[in-house]
Design a protein around this ligand. Structure first.
Ligand code: PXL
Length: 281
């Protein structure tokens, strides 16, 4: 019998709106992986277009959780982190990596902080510098093009993109030190959208694309990151993992679009979980 894999997911819990832990836990679990959670904050909803949300910061709880887990001798096959609310949380997550990261496990950082050319309003202008430092400690990073440009201190470019531009971005990101990069929001024409992946060890660049669906749906980055992480932990190659994650995310967006759901309410990934589980196990 193969030992069951275990992941530590370090994200906030946005109680409504399908992102962060409410997305990571079910997706990772559907892949047959045990998902341990470190909630970094509790919000009534995410901050993307919904106003008046509550925000209880749990920064002070993160290291005591790590202390307790260390006392229990817990180990993880991967550590997965996304939205972080402050520089202090970034430093504490880096400490978590020092304690639980090792040669064998995988650290995946999604530097959630920006989209469509703009840093999210809740973050200070120098936040990308902090996220960049965290990305330097990761094995795999999953930025969108805005986050990539911010971390590289480059101007944001509107799409459609050229392969030359995307491959340049991937190579400049690789200099941060991570082994693999999956860049999201990549498109070369208006009909398709997907991800570009780069493996530093082989130099291979791969594109995973699917139909482009109109509208900015919230939480898709977390659906994508959770699916990618699950596929990697289950031993899929980077290119296959990116294809699985693109397919699962686009299916979730299509279902949501067809239902006419408010784009701020997250995407219907739930009804895709059965198919995803079959692909990823
Ligand atoms: O989907 C990323 C995310 C996670 N958590 C919170 C957010 C966002 C994006 O806006 O606001 C609280």
């Amino acid at each position: 019998m193969l030992r069951q894999k275990r992941v530590a997911a370090i994200h906030d819990i946005s109680c409504f709106g399908r992102c962060s832990l409410t997305v990571a836990i079910p997706i990772i679990s559907a892949a047959g992986i045990e998902c341990s959670a470190v909630p970094t904050a509790v919000l009534s909803t995410h901050t993307g277009g919904l106003t008046g949300f509550t925000y209880r910061d749990l920064t002070e709880d993160i290291l005591p959780i790590a202390d307790h887990w260390q006392s229990l001798g817990l180990e993880f096959d991967a550590i997965y982190t996304g939205f972080l609310g402050s520089f202090e949380q970034i430093d504490i997550v880096a400490e978590f990596f020092r304690r639980f990261g090792n040669e064998k496990n995988l650290i995946l950082v999604d530097p959630v902080m920006a989209d469509n050319g703009a840093l999210y309003k809740i973050f200070p202008a120098d936040f990308p510098k902090g996220m960049r430092k965290l990305c330097e400690k990761a094995d795999v990073i999953v930025p969108n093009i805005t986050e990539a440009a911010l971390m590289l201190e480059e101007d944001f470019k509107e799409g459609p993109y050229t392969k030359e531009y995307i491959e340049g971005l991937l190579k400049r990101l690789a200099k941060l030190g991570c082994k693999q990069i999956v860049l999201t929001g990549v498109y070369f024409d208006e009909s398709e959208l997907g991800a570009a992946s780069f493996d530093r060890a082989t130099g291979e660049i791969h594109y995973a694309a699917a139909e482009r669906i109109e509208g900015y749906y919230h939480g898709t980055g977390d659906v994508f990151g959770s699916a990618l992480l699950s596929a990697l932990v289950n031993g899929r190659s980077l290119t296959r993992a990116a294809e699985i994650a693109v397919g699962f995310t686009v299916g979730s967006i299509r279902r949501t679009k067809n239902a006419g759901t408010d784009i701020r309410f997250g995407v219907n990934f739930e009804e895709g979980l059965l198919k995803f589980a079959g692909e990823v196990k």
